[in-house]
Design a protein around this ligand. Structure first.
Ligand SMILES: [Zn+2]
Ligand SMILES: [Zn+2]
Length: 254
């Protein structure tokens, strides 16, 4: 076999391996693309990627750079329970279908792509953590949906980061109604006291720095409630990494 044949064969093997991990088409519209695990040239510019400058705490993006360590108005008024939150992109008209397709339509082959982007967006948080854990689903919802979309992301981020993922660090003590369509106050009430540390994992948690993974950050009520239970259980700090986040105009920089 000539060198060019070998190179072609290796390229084919690599492509087959990538096709097995990533969806072959654009992760949003499924149009054919050259590099699997990506967006096509039409979808890429449609998304709003979150990058600095942003709120040091919740990761809310600011329109202009007014210096390091800025905190948004919402965090100043009511600091989150977690230390920092970061996200890959804005949850909006352009990204909604891609995210909902992943969450509700069994398009779980999007997880490696999303996790790849999360790994980049959360590099500082990942470097600082001891364990990666997902926001849990209640077992009844898990049976219905058949997978926990946050656990899949946590598993992939942990694999890329070479950090341990502990999927059952936190458990849901009761089912909650979905947070969609609820006001910020109702969301907060809905998840109050819902999470608790898995008694079988208590020993792991003492003094540990945790990176909590979820698909979307909306008001922060869920990750706040989850962080509260982790800190109560002995964690030193909790950071949050999500694929997407809602960006509301009310967070303006202070
Ligand atoms: Zn596309
Ligand atoms: Zn903030």
């Amino acid at each position: 076999m000539s060198i060019s044949d070998t190179t072609r064969l290796l390229a084919q093997i690599q492509k087959t391996a990538l096709d097995a991990i990533f969806p072959p088409g654009c992760v949003n519209c499924a149009e054919p693309i050259d590099t699997p695990g990506n967006l096509c040239a039409q979808c890429w510019p449609e998304m709003t990627y979150i990058s600095a400058p942003f709120c040091e705490m919740c990761g809310f993006p600011f329109e202009y750079d007014a210096g390091d360590g800025l905190i948004c108005a919402a965090c100043l008024k009511r600091p989150p329970v977690f230390s920092r939150a970061r996200a890959v992109l804005k949850y909006d008209e352009s990204s909604r279908n891609m995210i909902l397709g992943y969450k509700h339509s069994d398009q779980t082959n999007r997880a490696p792509t999303f996790a790849n982007w999360m790994h980049r967006a959360g590099v500082d948080l990942i470097g600082d953590c001891d364990f990666i854990c997902p926001v849990p689903l209640h077992h009844r919802r898990l049976i219905k949906r058949r997978f926990n979309q946050s656990a899949l992301l946590a598993k992939e981020v942990a694999r890329l980061a070479r950090k341990p993922a502990v999927h059952d660090l936190v458990i849901r003590t009761r089912p909650t109604r979905t947070q969609g369509g609820l006001s910020a106050k109702a969301r907060h009430r809905n998840v109050q006291g819902v999470f608790k540390v898995n008694p079988a994992r208590e020993a792991l948690l003492e003094g540990a720095r945790i990176l909590l993974i979820d698909d979307v950050l909306t008001t922060g009520a869920t990750v706040n409630a989850c962080s509260k239970s982790l800190l109560k259980g002995g964690a030193l700090k909790v950071d949050v990494l999500t694929f997407s986040r809602v960006v509301r105009a009310t967070n303006t920089a202070i």
